[in-house]
Write a protein that binds this ligand. Sequence first.
Ligand code: BGC
Length: 395
Amino acid sequence: MKAMNPAQVALQELQNHGVSKQRIDFLIAHSHSVITTFQEPNGALPASPTFSAYKGYAWLRDGAFTSEGLSRFGDVVNVNRYHDWVSGVLTARRGQVDELIAKNRRGEEVPVSEMLPTRFTFEGMDGSDPWWDFQTDGYGMWIWAATTHATRHGVDLAKWRTGLEVAFDFAAEFWERNCYDWWEEHIDQTHGSTLGALFAGFEAIGNGGVLDTARSARAQELAKAVQTYLLENAVTTGRATDPIAPHLAKWVGNPAVDASLAACITPFHAISGESELAVNTIDAIERDLSFNFGVHRFAADVFFGGGQWLLLSCLVGWNKAAAGDIKGAAAYFAWVTQQALENGDMPEQVPGHLLHADHQQRWIDKWGTVATPLLWSHGMFLILADELGLISKEN
Ligand code: BGC
């Protein structure tokens, strides 16, 4: 009997979970449509067009994964438009970054309020609403996303050179400084998944062939330095209650696991997927944070009661697929398809299994119901669909 290819294995597993091929095809097409419908005329990708606290803003973190999903779908034109927008926004920040670097090198204190923001208005400005600005991960991620897309589709990366230089110079100068994490919390810590994203950016641009020789060499050195720092510091050493050790740590000195750490393995490759550290990290995430294939951010999460995030189920599924476990990946994918609304829209999180239910109402009162659609959820869905071989190559 002929062995089944990954797409056939995935489809069979999806069928076992009661998910039809027709529904998958619909959700793939709908995800592309949601992302491109809400993409701004100038190329910016909003995080969520209707959610009160995100309305009017584009995050580099969300955009990196959303554009990667679109790139895998095959929509080269709209992904190019996104990277054109980021590159333009960052190029306009050249002077600001030069000043930040000069100040830092003079040994003066650079306040967080002067740093490049975490999220931009669609015109490329800082927001006027207070936010947890200063997160370096997005700068590494944008570099990673632009280079990955350019390599995949044969796009000339040099068209984004000036923006890439700004992102690189900023990340290179400040990577050692503590900042807010992926979830915009704990500015006083060094976060494992922030380091993973910085590694990915340095590694990609160090070998990207578009920066000058000095910057390229520095990027290669920094990739090594970040990786070494991660391996030496953001790793658990084991405790009586935790037989899974070593695994990557939420932050240096905090032995908890955070689902975003999976990105250090796939797609950022800061650690090899075959290493004991990688296997243990995914095991710890599944043990502590995955409930019936819906993945929580971290055990202490109280945001909207601490529900399960579609984009994190996709991230864990992506890691499973990369490790060759197509059936395991398909189980996560199935769960995600089942969380989409009837019309196909995907929320940021769902409340079926809340870690801290007593906090849910407080957030609904503050910001309204959970962000839906969240473009990052749709982007991650496209990525995992592609990993499972479910996206038609005719797009
Ligand atoms: C999340 C961030 C995300 C932002 C926009 C926040 O609630 O913690 O990771 O970038 O929403 O989607």
